[in-house]
Every structure is written in structure tokens, then in C-alpha cells.
Design a protein around this ligand. Structure first.
Ligand SMILES: *Cc1c(COP(=O)(O)O)cnc(C)c1O
Length: 360
């Protein structure tokens, strides 16, 4: 472990392993295959390998670069590309991706054409929008479009259909929208004459499994956040049977001070064009940490220590009010946080944040 470098993320592979074991057990008991998703870690191969070795049947990522990185580190697939592909990435993607999620006929045909050229058998899952308004053919004309695509494919296989919720509209998975999906599955199966895979959900859909509300026919889940962080942002909960201590952010104190709660001087905008607002709470105890907007989402940081209030972050400085804390802080001390999904995404993406495995 490199003790010299902060900020850093402490990664607990044992807790991630235990999370994926629990999620995969829940999925497998219900006849659902698990695509484990480590995209929030930007292709961290140790995390991806842990996920694959502890119950995930496949690995999914939205970025081709991450998939190539995992592949080159020897992490076993199969690999699913979660983001509907750019035409421009297909020639490269065809060598690494086993399952493509698509939502446009022309993309499906281009995959078909390239796969045929290189004679690599990849599979296609056609995405259906059941209401969230991100990717997918609108459910009302899904059957016609997907059947048409199926008829025009010459080499690759239409393996199944899928949907995504909770991403743009914040639409929650329900018996109603999952039933739309399984109804469409039945209609297309009657036309094509074979069984389709139904890729039904992400972390937010786990709740339906827990409550035994998922309609029969859903056969695949793509789960990231629940496994990696133990949380469900769309469903707004800590998942009770999973650990939330998988990833801990540590940052170092570079100033300890007492200052007024209201700035002195004429007030413009902050470094990000935001107009700051202040409440006069007198003189307050504050600390500054060497971490900023470039590395974290300040509103997604949850201090492990009680009584800390995050006031503000600029690019490189995080200011925290410590007046309510029982602890005395000094320069050089380390403060620890849990992170929201968005915050973890930024922290893993920042080259200034060290990523440290605490157990291997
Ligand atoms: C990221 C992603 C997932 C995984 O979502 P989580 O909320 O992290 O479980 C599933 N499907 C698609 C298409 C995604 O982009």
C-alpha cells in the first residue's frame, strides 16, 4: 500500500465479493443470469475480476476502452457493451464485445456486416423503452421493428430484448412496465420461433426480486451500483443485505482554522459560476481538505465522522465546518467518507485520486 498519497480510494475486495455473492444468489434462485457492472470504477480490473469470480456470469461496461483494458488484463468475459454503440467504434468493438445492446436497425445491420466479415459470432439484445425515455425503441412499435431487424440479419443472432429504467425519467421498475416487456417478448417469440433472453434490470430492479414481484420471463439483470457500493440511487436506499463500506475515500487536511460564516467583501459568483448563499452562524471551526470538484462530487460525500458539514468545494479545495464535531482536527489528519454513485464515478475518473486495494 502506498501510504504517501492522498486523496485515495480504499477498495475492499472482500466486501465487493460478498456483495456480488449475495446479488448473484438472489438472481440465480430466480432463474436470472447476472451481468456484473464495474463501470463506475473505470475498468478497475481487480474489482471486475472479483465480480466475475464471485458469481457474475458476464461482465458489462458502457465504455469499450474499459472492456479492452479488462480483456488485456486477462479478466474473463463474456463482455456485454452496455451503451448502445457508436458506428465508429464497431470495427474495434467486434473483437472484444460478445453481447451488444442496440436500439437502431442501422446499428444492428452494421454489427451484422462487420461480424460476418471477421466471422465472429456476437449477439444482439434489442433495447425497448418502456417509459424512462433514454435508449430503446418505443414500446408501442417494438414488436414490428425488432421482428423486421431479425428478418434482415444475415449472420449474427438476435439473442433477446432488454430495457433500462431509472436513468433519464427516473422511472421505477413496476409490475406494469416489466409486464410490457414480457408481453413483447411473448409476441416476438411467436414470430421468430425461439426463446429470447430478457434483460430486465439494473440495481433499482433488485427490489422487485426481493419482494417477489418480478413477472416471469425476465432472464438477465445488469447490476453495477448495488454490487460496488451497496446502494440504489434511483430507489433511494442503502440495500440492507449489502455492504456500503466497499469504497472509502480518504483526504488530507491542509488547513485548520476559525473563520466567520459570511464572507467579507462584495460577492460575485464562485469559481463554477454559482452564486453562493450564506447564513450568519458566527465564527465557525473549519478545515480544508486537499480534494476538490476535479476529484469528487461534494454533495455525494458522506463523512464517516459525525458532526462534519461540507460547506463547499472549488476545483482543488474542500471546506468542511467541524464546529459540531467532538474531535479536534489538525493539519495532516485524514478524513474519511463514503461516496454516492456520482461521486465515486468522478473519484475513479480523476487521475489525482489513488486507488488502493486494502486486501488481496
Ligand atoms: C450502467 C448500466 C447498468 C447498471 O446500472 P446500475 O444502476 O449501476 O446497476 C445497466 N444497464 C445499462 C444500460 C447501464 O448503462
Amino acid at each position: 500500500m502506498n501510504h504517501l498519497s492522498f486523496p485515495r480510494i480504499l477498495i475492499d475486495l472482500d466486501l465487493i465479493a460478498s456483495n456480488v455473492q449475495k446479488v448473484s444468489q438472489l438472481c440465480h434462485e430466480n432463474g436470472i443470469e447476472l451481468v456484473g457492472v464495474a463501470k463506475v470504477t473505470v475498468g478497475n480490473f481487480e474489482i471486475a475480476r472479483t465480480i466475475r469470480q464471485n458469481g457474475a456470469d458476464k461482465l458489462g461496461d458502457s465504455r469499450l476502452k474499459n472492456i479492452i483494458k479488462l480483456h488485456n488484463e486477462g479478466v474473463p468475459g463474456p463482455y456485454q457493451l452496455l451503451r448502445i454503440p457508436m458506428l465508429s467504434e464497431l470495427p474495434l468493438a467486434i473483437g472484444y464485445v460478445d453481447e451488444f445492446l442496440v436500439s437502431m436497425p442501422e446499428t444492428a445491420y452494421e454489427i451484422d456486416r462487420i461480424a460476418k466479415t471477421v466471422q465472429r459470432n456476437v449477439e444482439i439484445i434489442y433495447m425497448i423503452d418502456v417509459g424512462d425515455l433514454r435508449e430503446g425503441v418505443w414500446f408501442e412499435h417494438a414488436v414490428e421493428e425488432i421482428y423486421e431487424v431479425h428478418k434482415n440479419l444475415t449472420f449474427v443472432n438476435l439473442k433477446g430484448i432488454g430495457t433500462n429504467v431509472g436513468c433519464y425519467g427516473g422511472v421505477l421498475p413496476t409490475v406494469e412496465n416489466m409486464t410490457i416487456l414480457t408481453r413483447i417478448k411473448n409476441e416476438i417469440e411467436n414470430l421468430v420461433g425461439y426463446e429470447l433472453l430478457v434483460s430486465g434490470g439494473s440495481t433499482v430492479t433488485l427490489k422487485m426480486l426481493e419482494e417477489n414481484k418480478l413477472p416471469k420471463g425476465v432472464t438477465q439483470f445488469r447490476i453495477g451500483e448495488g454490487i460496488v457500493l451497496g446502494t440504489d440511487a434511483t430507489g433511494d436506499r442503502d440495500i440492507p443485505y449489502l455492504s456500503q463500506d466497499t469504497l472509502i475515500l480518504e483526504a488530507e487536511i491542509i488547513e485548520v482554522d476559525q473563520k466567520p460564516s459570511v464572507p467579507v467583501g462584495e460577492i460575485g459568483k464562485d469559481a463554477f459560476g454559482r452564486t453562493p448563499h450564506f447564513e450568519d452562524r458566527g465564527i465557525r471551526n473549519r478545515i480544508i481538505l486537499a480534494v476538490g470538484e476535479q476529484d469528487v462530487k461534494p454533495d455525494g460525500l458522506k463523512p464517516l465522522e459525525a458532526g462534519l458539514e461540507i460547506l463547499h468545494a472549488s476545483s482543488d479545495h474542500l471546506i468542511i465546518d467541524t464546529t459540531e464535531s467532538e474531535k479536534t482536527f489538525k493539519v495532516g489528519d485524514i478524513v474519511r467518507f463514503r461516496m454516492s454513485y456520482g461521486c465515486a464515478l468522478r473519484a475513479f475518473t480523476s487521475p489525482h485520486v489513488e486507488k488502493v486495494i486494502v486486501n488481496r
